[in-house]
Design a protein around this ligand. Structure first.
Ligand SMILES: NC(=O)c1ccc[n+]([C@@H]2O[C@H](COP(=O)([O-])OP(=O)(O)OC[C@H]3O[C@@H](n4cnc5c(N)ncnc54)[C@H](OP(=O)(O)O)[C@@H]3O)[C@@H](O)[C@H]2O)c1
Length: 311
């Protein structure tokens, strides 16, 4: 199979020919129809996630959508031919999903794609959608809340933006001028107030919310700076490791989110896409042959989700 492969870590991934994986007991072999780029892929390739002895060659890719091609022994929940999506779990799994085939454990991180969800959307939903939903659950936005989303232009932020607005909160979202701002305006139906994180963030947010914000979502930027804007009794969630210790003494709670793509979360995400409640914010779709370009574009700061679709 062809796969976006690392022969050394850190290093430059290449699309290479590798043996097809085969499912172990409890695993599904998925023929991948679509995947997407996540910060995790960039971090692994850049050597930012330490591992004493990574299994090489290593295939990148956390998100997947496709069809069950074979099942290992003792697989009971899924059958060959079913359309599935999810997240490859484990820090350094044997195979990744930016490939023609991936093996995944059936018990966690995989669910069925419901009617009304395209494989391309499903393949860009898992990790960023889960991180967004877990962060949203942590701050539980409601009408009357003012939620600051730092990193609203990224994949996680674009999902969280939609969920915060759907919960009835007022949203202040970071975006640079031009296409990133237009992206947030489009996704929010012009309901989000936009601040430029390249400028004076504190001053811009205080001009909108002089008392501060009741909740902040930290998907990019400086957590300490965001924490200064959260009112006492507020909430904050971070996918960047900013946690309770860093915000100690500030009078509000912080949750350091580790995305947990359990089946209920995946089902909720897929149902919300199927119903039109949220949109998968794909801004560009690449072929697997161009997956190195997708990763390079992600590293340059792309807006929304970058999908990688396979024929
Ligand atoms: N803990 C977990 O389980 C988990 C799960 C998923 C993701 N993550 C992490 O969460 C982060 C967000 O993920 P993602 O997939 O959304 O990444 P992404 O697509 O790279 O999004 C980050 C966005 O933030 C913007 N940005 C950069 N610097 C900023 C700043 N100072 N203030 C505000 N916005 C800024 C970037 O745009 P510009 O630079 O172009 O302005 C980009 O659009 C990543 O670091 C990822 O690794 C963690």
């Amino acid at each position: 199979m062809r796969a976006l492969t690392m022969y050394e870590i850190p290093g430059d991934p290449v699309v290479a020919e590798l043996p097809d994986p085969s499912p172990a007991a409890g695993e599904l072999l998925v023929r991948v129809a679509s995947s997407s780029v996540n910060g995790y892929d960039a971090a692994v390739a850049g050597g930012l996630i330490p591992h004493p002895d990574p299994e090489l060659p290593f295939v990148l890719g956390k998100d997947f959508a496709g069809t069950v091609d074979a099942v290992g022994e003792r697989v009971g929940r899924f059958s060959v031919g079913e359309a599935v999506f999810g997240v490859v779990t484990g820090a350094f799994p044997g195979t990744g999903a930016l490939a023609e085939y991936v093996t995944v454990a059936e018990e966690f991180g995989v669910s069925r794609i419901p009617a009304g969800v395209t494989p391309t959307d499903a393949g860009a939903l898992g990790l960023a959608g889960t991180a967004a939903l877990d962060a949203i659950s942590a701050i539980a936005p409601a009408p009357g809340d003012v939620v600051l989303i730092s990193g609203a232009t990224g994949g996680v932020g674009a999902f969280a933006l939609q969920y915060a607005l759907a919960a009835g909160a007022d949203v202040i979202a970071t975006a640079r001028p031009g296409p990133p701002t237009e992206f947030v305006q489009g996704l929010s139906g012009d309901r989000a107030r936009i601040v430029d994180h390249a400028g004076d963030l504190l001053a811009q947010v205080r001009a909108i919310a002089p008392e501060g914000v009741s909740a902040a979502l930290h998907f990019a930027g400086n957590g300490m700076e965001l924490a200064e804007l959260v009112t006492a009794g507020g909430r904050m969630a971070s996918t960047l490791g900013f946690g309770p210790e860093q915000a100690a003494g500030r009078g509000f709670g912080v949750t350091a989110v580790t995305a947990s793509p359990d089946i209920a979360t995946l089902n909720r995400l897929a149902a919300d896409v199927a119903s039109g409640a949220i949109r998968v914010p794909i801004t560009r779709t690449y072929s697997l042959a161009d997956a190195t370009e997708a990763l390079a574009d992600f590293n340059r700061g792309a807006v929304g989700k970058l999908a990688v679709a396979l024929p």
